[in-house]
Ligand binder design. Structure first.
Ligand code: UDP
Ligand code: MG
Length: 314
């Protein structure tokens, strides 16, 4: 049996040797104890540093190290997809290169799949230590929002660090959408998942590639990708304002009949016009967001372009 370890890497020269050594130790134990071979599939996501050079060195020393190098930076989601497509093992695990996903979990995950009959074993953060408070707050609000509105449940604090059977991996690959939100996709395909809680660890070296802005866009991807609730909310806004306007019209007619002077109150009118046009633009924006995603989706562009692999240039 074989386990494939998929590692998306974007400018990870600082931490890669450390990761490779740490993970290698755990894999050697697995090989000895459980008789499971393993191979790495590193995905170089358009790194500008020496990541690719390092990967080539790893491959020269150990033929079980494979790598895929992208023509530019396509994002972690694309890198994970490429890794899953390249995997041929019976089990596959996705790990970050920065050692935030502890390799010591691998034997536990294998046990869950081999002995306990799960299809997937995934890590979930039990805390958000070492993260700015604002970010944690927004993250928890995001999970509330998406779990409230989408039928696909997304586990709070779920990481991409998870081991899957080949069957589940094939199911994930069936979802070949361009706007990928893996946390949602993993949950959408179903199967039995065992959650392993773990305490957040900081990056071993290097810097995170996620700015607050990037995370916000990712959250919007998640919402737009898994629920059409915002569109419904926009429609509700429309209904409510229609009803309000009817009440307003009736009020004005009655007042005119009773007191005369229909032109009084233009400042409040300006406020109402501004308010309503604001809501309209907001709703158009929501529709635009879905339209934009649809536009990108129908173009059917490839998720990534490979520049080089361990077998050379394709
Ligand atoms: N990553 C990637 N492409 C990107 C950004 C990140 O392949 O465009 C990889 C990165 O090399 C790392 C993993 O995704 O292995 C997680 O990234 P990071 O540690 O920056 O995110 P965080 O752990 O802070 O969420
Ligand atoms: Mg990280």
């Amino acid at each position: 049996m074989r386990l494939d370890i998929i590692v998306p890497c974007h400018n990870e020269e600082e931490v890669l040797p450390l990761f490779y050594a740490e993970c290698g130790k755990v894999l050697a134990e697995i090989r000895k104890e459980k008789d499971i071979e393993s191979s790495f599939i590193f995905v170089d996501d358009g790194s500008k540093d020496n990541t690719l050079k390092l990967l080539k060195e790893f491959h020269e020393k150990d033929p079980f190290v494979r790598f895929i190098s992208f023509s530019r930076n396509f994002g972690k989601e694309a890198a994970m997809y490429a890794g899953l497509q390249a995997s041929e093992g019976d089990f596959v695990v996705i790990m970050d290169a920065d050692l935030q996903d502890p390799p010591s979990f691998l034997p536990k995950m294998l046990d869950a799949l081999l002995e306990e009959g799960y299809d997937c074993a995934a890590a979930r953060r039990s805390d958000r230590k070492g993260e700015p408070a604002v970010r944690s707050w927004f993250a928890s609000k995001f999970y509330k929002l998406i779990n409230h509105s989408a039928s696909t449940k997304i586990e709070e604090g779920a990481r991409d660090f998870r081991m899957m059977t080949r069957q589940m991996k094939d199911a994930v690959l069936e979802l070949s959408e361009y706007n990928r939100f893996s946390k949602g996709i993993f949950s959408w395909v179903g199967f039995h998942t065992k959650w392993l809680p773990y305490e957040n660890v900081n990056r071993a070296a290097g810097k995170t590639k996620w700015s607050f802005k990037a995370l916000s866009y990712y959250a919007i991807d998640g919402i737009v990708g898994f629920t059409v609730k915002p569109l419904e909310i926009a429609a509700w806004f429309g209904m409510i304002f229609f009803l309000l306007s009817i009440i307003g019209i009736l009020f004005i007619i009655v007042r005119k009949l009773l007191f005369g002077d229909p032109v009084a109150g233009w400042p409040s009118l300006v406020c109402i016009v501004l308010f309503c046009s604001g809501i309209q633009l907001f709703c158009t924006g929501i529709i635009g967001e879905y339209l934009a995603k649809t536009y990108i989706e129908v173009k059917k562009r490839p998720l990534y372009i490979v520049r080089e692999t361990e077998k050379g240039k394709p």
